[in-house]
Ligand binder design. Sequence first.
Ligand code: XIL
Length: 444
Amino acid sequence: MKLTSRSVSLGAIISTVTTAALGAVLLVSVPASAASTLGAAAAQSGRYFGTAVAAGKLNDQTYVNILNTEFNMVTAENEMKWDATEPNRGQFTYSGGDRILNQAVGNGKRVRGHALLWHQQEPGWAQRLEGSDLRQAMMNHVTQVATHYRGKIYAWDVVNEAFADGGGGGRRDSNLQRTGNDWIEAAFRAARAADPAAKLCYNDYNTDSINAKSTGIYTMVRDFKARGVPIDCVGFQSHLSNNAPSDYQANLQRFADLGVEVQITELDISGGNQANAYGAVTRACMAVRACTGITVWGIRDTDSWRTGENPLLFTGSGAKKAAYTSVLDALNAGGPGPTTTTTTNDPGPGGCTASVSLNQWNGGFVATVKVTAGSSVLRGWRVTATLSNGTITSHWSANRSGASGTVTFTNVDYNGAVPAGGSTEFGFQGTGSGSGLAPSCTAA
Ligand code: XIL
């Protein structure tokens, strides 16, 4: 891999070093390199690049080869939806979702959960419910599904498509909405309680510019943040035609400024300016620090739900399209990583630090560990932590050796590269207590 240091002149380096010596806060640049896959290119700035996956296609070798080579995040296209996971009230089936999750995790990818509550693809029994009976069924669904996947999901689309199209900026009518306007926040609280490690997102379409619908959602997110409703991210589906709206980036940025991450969750683009539009969307995400990743809604044109529109990055036979090259180039061109600010207590070139955030209850815990690079890029890391009175039962986004006592974690392939001053997270959960972990990090 060719490594160059982009956008830093010798003068800038000298002044950076001088500033560091003076003990001030400094901004460091992300080294540019030309990665040859979407996932690796996105990872250079701490982002991911994902795709929707259909369980029924996991026997198709061309499909699986592209999936394993190019992508480091996966969304189940249909298999984690309400009709798939709870076909009869109180009877849960996770076979399709588990298949996708296991394929992804087994190949070093993370998983976005999609979607806990949505007015589409409700099972028939739920479509026939209203009022408090439905509210009870909704919350049970959120709790059960998020609990089944606890600790394994990077981010959940907790609520999908709850806002109306058109000029009003209000909620869409549905039996979910008719249970009371607080159904969305109730769902987010239930999801947080069931899986404290997952980021919780609101996801919608026709929200790709500053319009009445996106402003309605913006207002809701601002209110949630103000009142402490647990929301971490907003998903922009971005089912587009021809062009990305001219204010696409500005719209992402205004949400980011509320203190949530933004993610492009179901990208597909039909029409003549496809390669340009894909490039523009990717550059917009790269320019917004809180835009943590992009997911395309399928791999080959023939895998798309938009039959005949050819809106994806690979042809039906699996060849890379011009749009693919636009995206790859835009990812390789870099941008600010999700976090690139480092302070005086940075561990210096080649070093890293680890901090833990712990969620404990009687008999169990979830630990999320943040690995932060010093003033130079990390190429790999190793974290040790000590469990005096607990046992790890599962972990994510790291390799692990040991389950109790001193436990060692090392990076997986997609999160070993951490830009200077940037950070990445992994986690684990267990029984007993997670107190006193005191994680420490060394570059590997
Ligand atoms: C689509 C799937 O791609 C199709 O296979 C299915 O028949 C219908 O749903 N917004 C969403 C996605 O949030 O879940 C939808 O996926 C596309 C629109």
